[in-house]
Write a protein that binds this ligand. Structure first.
Ligand SMILES: Nc1ncnc2c1ncn2[C@@H]1O[C@H](COP(=O)(O)OP(=O)(O)OP(=O)(O)O)[C@@H](O)[C@H]1O
Length: 479
């Protein structure tokens, strides 16, 4: 048998199948199949692991029928062994494909997978008008990876749930498609793994890691901009996966067309599937998020007005809403007071709406600047601003710096590169990792929540024009 015999036979079957299948979804299933062998009237097709059971039960019988009609009686269609039962189950010629099963395993052992955050699941995601479309698209992709929208591109401002949805797709796919190979990476990890691979001559291993998978989830692809070699590599990775019927899901802080510094061909690829925007949450969603968090953390709230106050006061993102809740709860426990609407108002500064501060300062309902965050954090930790922007790296200073980065991102919404500059010319990756790290730590560490509350408190005190700010008082109290 020659390759052209195989292709000719397969084309004839596909033409017949397309004539008989009216449902576009079936046509899409058909497009993920690859003919891989032809032996004595038996044509073997390869299907991605996640599609195998559907293909085997629904499509193969139909294709069998089409084969007999198109090519004559006696033809048989068989599903080639999957990757789980046969290393190299994918078509041999595929660039960087799964052909070298043992090497691939070795590579996987060497480079640990970036884990998915356990809490970022569909069950934990609160639906609202701002995210309903993106959520529906994410769920569809998780149910039918490689079939529905490919790529799925989730975009929107900071803290609105893009990463949450991205991880949720990964969790869902792992739970519902046994054997599916999922890889989650940020654009940063992709970049640094790629540059490491170039430096250590491990490029083959790198390609294998990124191309022998069924579902690739990449966060913050705006950071691929203006990195020519990485962009190029990402382009080829994307194409290889797409050709092989693997699903790609991407997130970014803007729509593909607004990534001016990205090569046009990559922008076109990003926009070629479905672009779903996530927007800041409306008040009902914010309230639901708060209720869910309260239940999850088993916090007791006697005054439901407290949550309403937080939801009313903080509107920019879900992350900001969660952070505001933490501030209020931490302040209540520091001062040994119940969490009430009045306390929430006090902590969030809305007792003084629109009140002008001292000359040269700004209104209380405006977000803080990065400079103010730096000054407040330095005061709370008994450090100088230069310590935070400089190279000092003892444990306390490093933690204070990370916290300041997190608060600055939350308050100013400034880009990671801009914050990197403001923090002494650091790389934006440092800021990104700090924000993610703090996000996770305040989830589980009450002491971190208290630190966060104190920084916010200090900012609020400055906003109110107080000379003897609450943050310093708390410092004394805590001794
Ligand atoms: N609809 C939602 N329901 C429940 N939690 C949410 C929702 N949206 C966001 N969150 C929570 O808000 C926090 C920030 O979300 P996430 O990290 O997904 O934001 P993002 O849009 O990826 O932000 P960035 O662009 O800064 O990375 C997380 O703790 C996440 O669980």
């Amino acid at each position: 048998m020659t390759a052209s015999d195989l292709d000719r036979a397969w084309n004839a079957i596909v033409v017949e199948a397309q004539r008989r299948i009216a449902d576009p979804a079936w046509t899409t299933w058909l497009s993920v199949l690859r003919p891989v062998g032809l032996e004595q009237g038996v044509l073997e097709v390869h299907a991605p692991d996640h599609a195998r059971s559907w293909v085997s039960s629904r499509l193969v019988p139909l294709l069998q029928d089409c084969a007999q009609r198109a090519l004559g009686p006696g033809w048989e269609i068989r599903l080639a062994p999957g990757a789980a039962s046969s290393p190299g189950g994918r078509r041999g010629g595929r660039r960087g494909g799964a052909a070298g099963g043992r090497d691939e395993e070795g590579e996987r052992r060497r480079v640990p997978e970036r884990p998915l955050t356990p809490r970022f699941r569909f069950e934990e995601f609160v639906l609202g008008p701002a995210n309903r479309f993106a959520h529906a698209a994410a769920l569809t992709v998780a149910e039918n990876p490689g079939i529905a929208y490919n790529p799925l591109f989730l975009c929107g401002p900071p803290g609105v749930g893009k990463t949450h949805l991205l991880h949720a797709i990964g969790h869902y796919a792992r739970a519902h498609h046994p054997g599916i190979r999922v890889r989650y990476a940020t654009a940063e990890t992709f970049t640094s793994e790629f540059t490491d691979a170039l430096r250590t001559r491990g490029i083959d291993g790198f390609k294998q890691r990124y191309r022998s998978i069924d579902l690739l989830l990449v966060d913050d692809v705006q950071f691929l901009m203006a990195k020519q070699a990485t962009e190029e590599e990402f382009f080829h990775t994307f194409n290889a996966l797409h050709e092989a019927g693997a699903q790609v899901v991407l997130t970014a802080d803007r729509v593909p067309n607004d990534m001016e510094q990205l090569e046009q061909r990559l922008r076109d690829r990003f926009a070629s599937g479905l672009v779903a925007e996530v927007e800041p949450p409306d008040i009902a969603t914010r309230l639901m998020v708060l209720r869910k968090r309260i239940t999850g953390q088993q916090l007791e709230l006697t005054d439901p007005g407290a949550l309403e106050e937080i939801a009313r006061h903080v509107s920019t993102s879900v992350r900001a809403v969660e952070a505001a809740l933490i501030r209020v709860v931490a302040f209540a426990s520091l001062t040994d007071r119940p969490v009430t609407r009045a306390l929430a108002q006090e902590v969030l500064g809305s007792l003084y709406p629109g009140r002008d501060r001292q000359p040269g300062t700004r209104r209380v309902d405006e977000p803080a600047t990065t400079g103010e965050v730096l000054a407040a954090t330095a005061a709370v930790f008994g450090l100088a601003v230069d310590d935070l922007t400089g190279r000092r790296n003892d444990k306390r200073t490093a933690w204070a710096r990370k916290l300041a980065m997190y608060v600055a991102r939350e308050e100013t919404g400034a880009s990671y590169p801009a914050l990197g500059q403001a923090f002494g010319g650091r790389n934006h990756t440092t800021v990104l990792n700090a924000v993610r790290g703090v996000n996770e730590r305040i989830d589980r560490d009450p002491a971190a929540q208290v630190d966060l509350a104190r920084v916010h408190d200090r900012i609020a005190a400055v906003q109110r024009g107080e000379d003897d700010p609450a943050g310093d008082r708390q410092d004394d109290r805590l001794g």
